[in-house]
Ligand binder design. Sequence first.
Ligand SMILES: Cc1cc2nc3c(=O)[nH]c(=O)nc-3n(C[C@H](O)[C@H](O)[C@H](O)COP(=O)(O)OP(=O)(O)OC[C@H]3O[C@@H](n4cnc5c(N)ncnc54)[C@H](O)[C@@H]3O)c2cc1C
Length: 401
Amino acid sequence: MDDNRSQDHQPKRVVVCGGGIIGVCTAYFLAKKGAAVTLIERSSIAGAASGKAGAFLALHMCDDGPLSSLARASFGLHCSLAKELDGPRSYGYRPLTTLTISMGESEVPSKSPILPPWVDGQVKPGEIIGTTENTAQIHLGLFTQSVLAKAVTDYGVEVLTAVVENVQVEEESVVVKVGGGGVIGGDAVVLALGPWTSKVLGLSSKFKVHGKKVHSVVLEPKDGDAITPHALFATYYPAQNMGPVDPDFFPRPTRDVYICGPSVEVEIPDRPELVFPDPESIEMLKRVAGIVSSYLTNDNVTIKSEEAGLMPCTDDELPIMGEVPGMKRCYVASGHGYWGILFGPASGVAMAELVLDGHASVVDLDCFGPTRFVIKVTISEYVVIARISLRFMHVRFIVQF
Ligand SMILES: Cc1cc2nc3c(=O)[nH]c(=O)nc-3n(C[C@H](O)[C@H](O)[C@H](O)COP(=O)(O)OP(=O)(O)OC[C@H]3O[C@@H](n4cnc5c(N)ncnc54)[C@H](O)[C@@H]3O)c2cc1C
């Protein structure tokens, strides 16, 4: 990636709103490319979904669809960032083997060469869907903090703790208004506010970002050394007449096992601290842990966390990245759904290129642009709408008199 700091005597001032993985990666690559960046976060860096995710990465699992090139470019960037930032040591970057399994209370334990010894419960093996060549993991909170630390020390990113309240686009600049009356000016602004992106700034007439609540537990087994780096994509068939549930297991180098599970679409609360887990979903995750492995039964683990995070999702399940329609120099990067951690670095590079160069070369952003949600009205539709409106006005006029 070019560093155009030397060509540009007056670096572009860019305000990035939101300190999740998307905002932090965008700030990092913008600053690395020579922009003067201020990052605004209301609570803590990676305090929302970006600190609660499983942080599983896959090169190939989005193939055959519009997300394929974003996933592939970003998997590669995660590998190079891991070298640049000493990922294995500083944020637990490591390749994994990935399997599918299914299980139920009535399943009999099976011996299979593909199952690691710690997966000794009522489990039916599926198949190997990822190898150490194409699947990996990171510790998310630590990753986001490492990237931001580098952005601050090496590239001068300023971090401000404040609530973004409004963005005004002017002739040649943007003005970001924050709580307490503060104002931050810039040449461009990037909104990376996760599920709060459309809600906060009243942008929901242009596009909508929803919030899906996903639950997670982190269990520390007494015998942590027995747990090998095998990610499990499980399908659980509860004994009662309930549909299947799909919990994912990600053992981490910190000798604990992260398990995430059921998701449900919810009203977006005012701030991340108000996202609470549902006790039944947490209990279900702990129960399936004990079914999968005798090392993960209640008696054999310490519970390190029970949480829920809001995954930012869109109507068509694709991220939104581009300039906001009708708001020059105001860009959006949100709605990354289930794969936001994987997509973080390539989204950051793409947004930095778009803001500073006018187009992204790392991935084609065409199918992610926010204009896809703008309702297009043809001339004949416009004439019909105008006729209906006139008729209503006429009826109202008669009623009034
Ligand atoms: C349980 C769970 C497991 C997941 N597992 C994986 C996985 O294994 N792999 C993967 O690739 N992805 C995974 N994801 C998805 C991934 O976590 C998300 O897509 C990603 O974190 C979204 O990042 P973001 O930066 O867009 O949003 P967020 O992390 O929500 O960040 C938005 C930030 O904006 C801030 N903010 C909001 N409003 C304001 C305001 N007005 N002023 C200032 N700041 C504001 C918030 O405080 C927050 O810090 C998972 C998600 C969940 C919930």
